[in-house]
Design a protein around this ligand. Structure first.
Ligand code: PMP
Length: 348
């Protein structure tokens, strides 16, 4: 089987799996409990928090809350800021190309809670237009929310440009969904107020994620409950998942240079093949996009038909696709299989 669907989810790294198993078996206590095994879980969780902040160079500037994934973290970032700071202003700016967990959340705030929400258009490659942002942001704006890397095309947003625009509005926070970049490519994270991500995109388990935010920021909790996570997120913490996520992040960051190198070669090879058949394919990903996420269209066939044919031959891709620990051999198999499917389909 060849798996080219890492933008959607990656398999758990063996080292992360090992940690998950260890903590499920040996450290199963409730981190809020006063007994030995509870305290052990609590200490481990706090070490993971420190480790992630250290790995990202954010220990001095940011706090971290563990969540059930990027969807919850995005909801918390956006609703938590909106409800807590609505007396400063009601404007929230996001874009049409955001992941549903951002787009629908911002939309809901406009539809049901009276916020003045705006969605920027996206360029064909998925990045936002800075000029449009400049013309919409004002003193009533409390939140900007954009992704670092577009999950469908791999386009990078100009985060430095966004940060520069935001700098003129001290009442406004910037939230960046870094789900498609964390562990894979480095951005100036320290200059961003709020960051969100999911562990299963960088080799950790599913169902765990992070919300990072500057120390001067506070939220209205999305999940009211016990006093876990400083009272900002109620619910018994998923300590095994948290520990396994911290491990996966450590490994991904250590492997980042070789990972990016490998991805560039795979991308180059696929681009060569696709550009050799302009009658069949159109590349949608920008040249300066991330090398691990790639999007192209089929000019003559329905993507669903070709995806199904590839799946029957053991190749898992999505209409949006990404690679991670893939090899050139797998890329060659993918290209030859795709090529032969296209020929078969044409002759039907
Ligand atoms: N944001 C982005 C950019 C994503 O790609 C995804 C997952 N596709 C999410 C948020 C949501 O992540 P999860 O489903 O793990 O909550």
């Amino acid at each position: 089987m060849i798996y080219f669907d890492h933008a959607s989810s990656s398999p758990i790294l063996p080292e992360s799996m090992q940690v998950l198993k260890e903590y499920c078996e040996d450290c199963f206590g409730n981190a809020g409990a006063a007994h030995r095994i509870g305290r052990k879980a609590d200490r481990a969780k706090e070490e993971a928090r420190k480790k992630i902040l250290d790995l990202l160079g954010l220990t001095k500037t940011h706090n971290l809350i563990f969540t059930s994934g990027a969807t919850e973290a995005n909801n918390m970032a956006i609703k938590g800021i909106a409800f807590n700071y609505q007396n400063r202003g009601k404007r929230i700016i996001s874009s049409n190309g955001e992941h549903a967990s951002v787009f629908n959340t911002v939309h809901q705030l406009g539809e049901y809670f009276g916020f003045d929400v705006h969605f920027l258009d996206n360029k064909n490659d998925g990045a936002i237009y800075l000029d449009e942002l400049k013309s919409l942001v004002n003193n009533e704006t409390i939140l900007l929310s954009f992704m670092s890397v577009n999950n469908e095309t791999g386009a990078k947003n100009d985060l430095k440009g966004i940060i520069d625009i935001k700098a003129k509005y001290p009442k406004c926070f910037l939230h960046v969904d870094i789900t498609q970049s964390l562990g894979k490519i480095t951005f100036p994270y320290e200059n961003i107020d709020i960051l969100t991500a999911s562990s299963h995109k960088f080799g950790g388990p599913k169902g765990v994620g992070i919300l990072l935010f500057r120390k001067n920021i506070t939220f209205l909790p999305l999940l009211s409950g016990g006093d876990q996570e400083g009272g900002l997120r109620g619910g018994t913490e998923n300590v095994p998942g948290i520990m396994a996520m911290a491990k996966a992040l450590e490994i991904s960051l250590a492997k980042q240079p070789s990972f990016l190198d490998n991805c560039k070669k795979l991308r180059q090879r696929l681009s060569e093949y696709l550009t050799s058949r302009p009658d069949l394919y159109e590349i949608n990903s920008p040249l300066d996009g991330v090398p691990y996420l790639f999007n192209f269209s089929l000019k003559l066939h329905k993507a669903s038909v070709i995806l199904e044919a590839l799946s029957q031959k053991g190749i898992c891709v999505s209409s949006i696709s990404a690679w991670k620990e893939n090899t050139m051999e797998e890329m060659e198999t993918f290209i030859s299989t795709l090529d032969s499917i296209m020929k078969e389909v044409r002759h039907r």
